[in-house]
Design a protein around this ligand. Structure first.
Ligand SMILES: [Zn+2]
Length: 322
């Protein structure tokens, strides 16, 4: 019996002990010690963005091996599907992405090149977080000339924690579907997460009350869900069109807009070039605020809870209504 066979037996063990389970533990342990592999997780999850990797960790713990295709300092709209990433997609049981066309520039190619039938669109191993969430900024009519418009609505759903609660519920069900042997554990972990998460949402909502009605400028239309949740008002966007780098003339027109409609701060994401926001900060005399946007974007955003703690701290420090 080779190592692969032994590991296959081990995965059967994890899916419910039986006759084999009673016969093999000692052999398995010694085999594992020999090749010094960690015990196999039940599911191999490839997330497209760090926030979904973090959520999978919350819901699956040690039952999952989780990695993220992008980190917080990469633009999730566009990355290269490198061979190492294709290899990870090939061995994934679940590909867990935002959807709503956020990854339209790279995910279809990645999935196709992976040759992994289980994670193709429409399969249980393919989960799009935005599918179950009410989208904002859904265009009335689609005109690609308007820039990198997201036809399915704004995809940056993770900036409202209420959306994360919705996704968590659907994701826990999907994990249970893919790994029925641990269905009870996924359900329990989801209930536990949801309890902690709802408490945190209540705390954040109270804490952020001074931000209600505050006018802000965004570098990219990255925070519409955050504004919708907390009642901030976006009065200008530095990108002339979504995904198009700010031009000098557009920055001047934003500056002119702010003379009539002042804003309290300009917000940009950790992965973005800070210079357009810093230019506006200097010229309009308002603070430029870097927001994590996802887990890992700033030192404080170590997990999903830290993500919102840190984003709210930074916004409150920069410009709460007085
Ligand atoms: Zn975007």
């Amino acid at each position: 019996m080779n190592t692969v066979m032994i590991l296959n037996k081990l995965s059967h063990l994890r899916h419910g002990p039986g006759r084999v389970a009673r016969a093999l533990p000692a052999l398995l342990l010694s085999a594992l010690a020999l090749c010094s592999l960690p015990a196999q997780a039940a599911l191999n999850v490839l997330a497209c963005e760090p926030e979904w990797a973090a959520l999978a960790q919350e819901l699956g713990g040690k039952l999952l091996t989780v990695s993220s295709a992008t980190n917080a300092l990469q633009d999730p709209h566009q990355i290269q599907a490198k061979p190492s990433l294709i290899a990870r997609a090939r061995s994934a049981d679940l590909v867990l992405c935002t959807g709503a066309e956020l990854e339209v520039g790279w995910l279809p190619v990645l999935l196709q090149q992976s040759g992994n039938a289980r994670v193709q669109a429409g399969q249980p191993g393919n989960f799009a977080a935005a599918d179950g969430v009410r989208k904002l900024d859904v265009p009335g009519q689609l005109d690609r000339a308007q820039g990198d418009v997201h036809a399915a609505g704004n995809p940056h759903i993770q900036t409202d924690p209420r959306n994360i609660a919705v996704v968590a519920q659907a994701l826990a069900l999907r994990l249970a579907q893919l790994d029925p042997a641990h269905a009870t554990e996924y359900a329990q972990r989801q209930v536990d997460f949801n309890q902690r998460w709802q408490q945190a949402i209540n705390r954040w909502t109270v804490q952020a009350a001074p931000l209600r009605g505050v006018a802000v400028v965004s570098q990219h239309k990255a925070f519409v869900y955050l504004y919708d949740w907390l009642g901030l008002k976006e009065v200008a966007v530095l990108e002339p069109k979504p995904g198009v780098e700010p031009t000098a003339s557009h920055l001047q027109s934003v500056l002119a807009t702010l003379k009539l409609t002042p804003a309290r701060m300009v917000l940009y994401s950790a992965y973005q070039d800070a210079r357009p926001s810093e230019w506006l900060s200097k010229n309009a005399g308002i603070p430029a605020v870097k927001l994590a946007f996802t887990v890992g974007g700033t030192d404080g955003a170590k997990d999903l809870f830290g993500l919102f703690d840190d984003m709210l701290d930074r916004m409150l420090a920069a410009g709460a209504r007085r």
